[in-house]
Design a protein. Structure first.
Length: 295
């Protein structure tokens, strides 16, 4: 991850779509085992993921000695607050990145994950009514204490990223951005360029557009899928692996959110695919030509 010395796997597994997962405990153990078998040892949490349960379930797995703490890299984040039965005080969806909430969230995450440090702690979006200078100071204090080892962000625009950076002495090491063949805005709005300028690593969330690349019925998804199917024989690869290889070619790390085991394997298979320069542009042109027509 940039100049930090922290090594992460070629893909990161995230629990951001786990609010509808049934039998979450058994499913989480199965998915984590699969990821580790595929060489994916980096896991992305948030206090709210899985109806505020995923951190605790992962911590139980870690405490069960299925794997050692030093064998995995753990991200977690705070910011998004959702109404849930565990906290009746939350009555509306909102964001909170105040100093008090960040401190409380980190302590709770450490307890639930059963660890004494978080490899990367991220802020999920900017809370416009929190004092960002106090937010930055709190993040640095937590880093100095060793409770968090690196600072990251999720879903920040370039200007929001710059604003937080201006208050920090420590570097921001990653920005999680939605990025896939059906949503290439990060190439146009400066997000990806700024991430590279700051020697950071971009994590591409929804790398398969939440299944739309393989199953979407819209014109854009259909046209992109047809080109992927055409290239499939050339590379002897699944279309989803090719779609993620398109992202990897840009130096991004795919953030996996699915519980479909084959889809996870497809993403892992993308690591060994090196898309030809012109093939990369054919896919890009199809996607952006549609977007320009649509706009």
């Amino acid at each position: 991850m940039g100049d930090t010395g922290l090594k992460v796997s070629p893909a990161v597994y995230g629990f951001y779509r786990w609010h509808k997962v049934k039998d979450a405990k058994a499913t989480l153990e199965k998915i984590v085992d699969l990821c580790l078998d595929l060489g994916i040892n980096t896991f992305d949490h948030a206090d709210s993921y899985g109806n505020y349960q995923c951190e605790e379930l992962f911590g139980e797995l870690l405490a069960g000695k299925n794997f050692k703490r030093e064998e995995v890299v753990i991200f977690t984040k705070c910011g998004l607050r959702l109404p849930n039965p565990q906290d009746p005080e939350i009555t509306t969806r909102h964001y909170n990145t105040s100093a008090a909430h960040i401190t409380k969230s980190v302590e709770a995450s450490l307890r639930k994950l059963r660890t004494d440090y978080i490899d990367i702690f991220l802020l999920d979006k900017v809370d416009p009514i929190s004092n960002l200078e106090e937010t930055a100071l709190t993040l640095e204090k937590l880093a100095d204490s060793g409770k968090i080892r690196n600072i990251g962000i999720a879903n920040f625009s370039v200007f929001q990223h710059q604003l937080l950076s201006s208050y920090l002495r420590k570097p921001i090491v990653t920005n999680h951005i939605e990025f896939n063949l059906l949503n290439t805005q990060a190439l146009d709005n400066g997000q990806l360029d700024y991430i590279k300028q700051k020697y950071m690593q971009a994590l591409a969330s929804a790398p398969l557009a939440e299944g739309q690349i393989a199953n979407g019925s819209g014109i854009q998804a259909t046209q992109v899928r047809e080109k992927l199917e055409e290239l499939s024989a050339k590379y002897n690869a699944d279309i989803e692996a090719l779609a993620v290889a398109w992202l990897v070619k840009l130096g991004t790390i795919p953030l996996i959110g699915t519980t479909d085991e084959q889809r996870i394997r497809n993403i892992a298979n993308s690591f060994s695919i090196d898309l030809d320069h012109q093939d990369w542009y054919e896919l890009y042109n199809i996607s952006t030509e549609f977007q320009s027509v649509k706009s």
